[in-house]
Design a protein around this ligand. Sequence first.
Ligand SMILES: Cc1cc2nc3c(=O)[nH]c(=O)nc-3n(C[C@H](O)[C@H](O)[C@H](O)COP(=O)(O)O)c2cc1C
Length: 194
Amino acid sequence: MKLVVAITGASGAIYARRLLQLLARSGHDVSLTISAVGAKVVERELSARVDLDDVDAGVIAGTEMAVAYYRWDDFFAPFASGSARYDGMAIVPCSVGTLGRIAAGCADNLITRAADVFLKERRPLVLVVRETPLSGIHLANMKAISDAGGIILPACPSFYANPESIEDLVDTVVVRALDHLGVETQWSGRWGSE
Ligand SMILES: Cc1cc2nc3c(=O)[nH]c(=O)nc-3n(C[C@H](O)[C@H](O)[C@H](O)COP(=O)(O)O)c2cc1C
């Protein structure tokens, strides 16, 4: 599959790291883009150096991986057009700023444009939104995107599989995001998998 991963400036860069790690092992064709604030949050939370002109996805993933990187303002990226026929996009983590711009149809950067494309083409778009508490504006924006076919998958870890580490908790969110993109994972935390 041809997949797009976008990282925006919400807390939770570790979700992006883990998502990229799992995709690195999946054999899928991954394209990556990062917002300007997203890069700063990644640097702060993952202690990874991010040069927006030349991002090494391996530094973010913590493992070597081949991805096609596109700057947040590069509207010439292939997935900025529906005719390129990509299979899915995840925004991980997704800020409420990006959420609001997508809900309003404001395609002002590569991330919001690509999201707009995935919605109009009726292709999977997963938003791992991270904010708390949520205002009525955030909730209305989530409903608008959900009504348009997007998947709102908040960064709300679950505890029923008795996670023992932060990584285990992160997987309870990231694996579900991959589920909605149609990416197979081997994960022992599924209910009923004991
Ligand atoms: C360290 C840090 C943490 C942040 N955490 C969040 C967050 O959890 N959720 C959120 O919606 N915005 C958060 N923000 C604010 C966004 O980065 C800000 O609204 C920004 O304009 C989002 O732009 P983007 O969506 O283009 O990345 C954070 C900012 C910083 C610097």
